[in-house]
Design a protein around this ligand. Structure first.
Ligand SMILES: Nc1ncnc2c1ncn2[C@@H]1O[C@H](COP(=O)(O)OP(=O)(O)OP(=O)(O)O)[C@@H](O)[C@H]1O
Ligand SMILES: [Mg+2]
Length: 383
């Protein structure tokens, strides 16, 4: 079983079972004896869009370069399309050019002294592809990225976004088995990045090629991925579909790195398999069950994450017995499309993300509701 499915939320969210295309097993890599990747294992399904997401220095690029054959791991195994391309144990190390992958870098790495055509055709020409076939393929991939009218332009005449399109076209041209993309949009300005993100999404849909995408931008990972691997300090912190990672973070790190969350500390009042009720300050907070966690010990200390978008603010108390409290708005910051509140409630302070259609004033008494399914037990902070 490849997918780590925890039950799809909606029909659209359900994913096909995929054949494993890239398998990484216990991968370790170091620079001058200092570990950068500390024993990670994951699969990329055929046609899957998988992202490695994590803060700077967590080992994303190193992992990608090991798969591409540009960096030599210190331990572990990498298989592509069922064939082992690296194995420390069996002393296998297939050279990069025979791994049939294509890599797209942050710095587009297109050659300024060549035309757009020559840039895209380069890999095909090296392989001595017939001139007519080269022309046809280059035209086809340039059309995919909306750059066919620039085919004979010198590459120096292009904007950053256009250069990145040419770099993408070049990576598609040689019909790689998979694309490895390392922060391909991070050199672009914010507006262009959002635009290119949509373009990439379209290209992914059209080409259906397996993509392993490295980014430290959570929005990019959410928007472009079937699954996300959250990395931290050379290790995998959590793997899941974007919504799964967002809605059920397993640790404070994931809760903070993706989206925004309140982390509430409490002790368990009830001991039952269906979830836990925590005492948080003076509040009884019913939390969602967490299948992979032992039944909470009564009186044990636990942490719950509550995303700032999920508490509901009302002027009247709503229905339901659980998780309604009186509170007071202490701070309101109006940001346009969204409104950030800091609320005082029996559990302490709570950050809440609201919308301008209903505005509450600073000092106003409100009712706050945290749906029990939105209070998520997370791992105790280990380090
Ligand atoms: N060529 C190198 N020589 C020495 N140390 C390196 C080298 N490349 C990376 N490292 C170190 O390895 C660790 C992982 O680096 P890596 O480039 O894989 O991180 P990253 O997740 O891609 O970060 P970023 O988001 O900044 O690109 C870091 O501590 C980094 O300093
Ligand atoms: Mg990097």
């Amino acid at each position: 079983m490849l997918m780590h499915e925890a039950g799809a939320d909606t029909k659209e969210d359900s994913m096909p079972e995929r054949r494993v295309f890239i398998r990484v097993t216990n991968l370790e890599a170091s620079y001058h004896g200092k570990p950068a990747v500390r024993g990670i294992s994951f699969d990329v399904g055929e046609g899957e869009q998988l992202s490695l997401l994590g803060p700077s220095g967590c080992g994303k690029t190193t992992t990608l370069r090991c798969i591409a054959g540009l960096e030599k791991p210190t331990a572990g195994e990498i298989a592509i399309d069922g064939r082992i391309v690296y194995s420390a144990e069996h002393n296998i190390d297939v050279p990069s050019e025979r791994r049939m992958l294509s890599m797209v870098f942050q710095s587009y790495a297109i050659w300024p002294h060549m035309t757009v055509f020559e840039n895209v055709a380069y890999g095909l020409r090296v392989r001595r592809t017939h001139a007519e076939a080269v022309r046809a393929r280059v035209t086809e991939v340039l059309r995919m990225v909306g750059m066919e009218s620039y085919i004979d332009q010198p590459a120096t005449n292009l904007s950053g976004g256009q250069q990145q399109r040419v770099a993408l076209a070049r990576s598609y041209a040689s019909l790689p088995k998979a694309l490895l993309l390392d922060e391909p949009l991070s050199n672009l300005d914010a507006r262009l990045r959002v635009h290119m993100r949509q373009e990439l999404k379209r290209l992914q849909r059209e080409s259906r090629i397996t993509n392993l995408y490295v980014t430290h931008d959570q929005e990019e990972a959410m928007a472009l991925s079937d699954r996300i691997i959250v990395m931290r300090d050379g290790l995998i912190e959590q793997v899941g579909r974007p919504l799964e990672i967002y809605d059920t973070p397993r640790s404070r790190f994931v809760a903070d790195f993706i989206g925004a969350a309140n982390i509430l500390a409490g002790h368990a009042l009830e001991h039952r398999p269906s979830g836990a009720t925590l005492s948080v300050g003076g509040a009884r907070l019913a939390c969602a069950p967490r299948e992979d966690m032992p039944i909470p010990d009564a009186d044990g200390n636990y942490l719950a994450a509550v995303r700032t978008v999920y508490p509901e603010l009302r002027r009247e108390r709503g229905d339901g017995a659980d998780n309604w409290w009186p509170g007071t708005v202490r701070e309101r910051i109006l940001l346009g499309d969204i409104v950030n509140y800091v609320l005082e409630w029996p559990g302490g302070t709570l950050r809440v993300h609201g919308f301008p259609h209903t505005l509450f004033c600073e000092g106003e008494s409100v009712w706050v509701h945290i749906p029990a399914g939105r209070a998520i037990l997370i791992d105790a902070d280990g380090d």
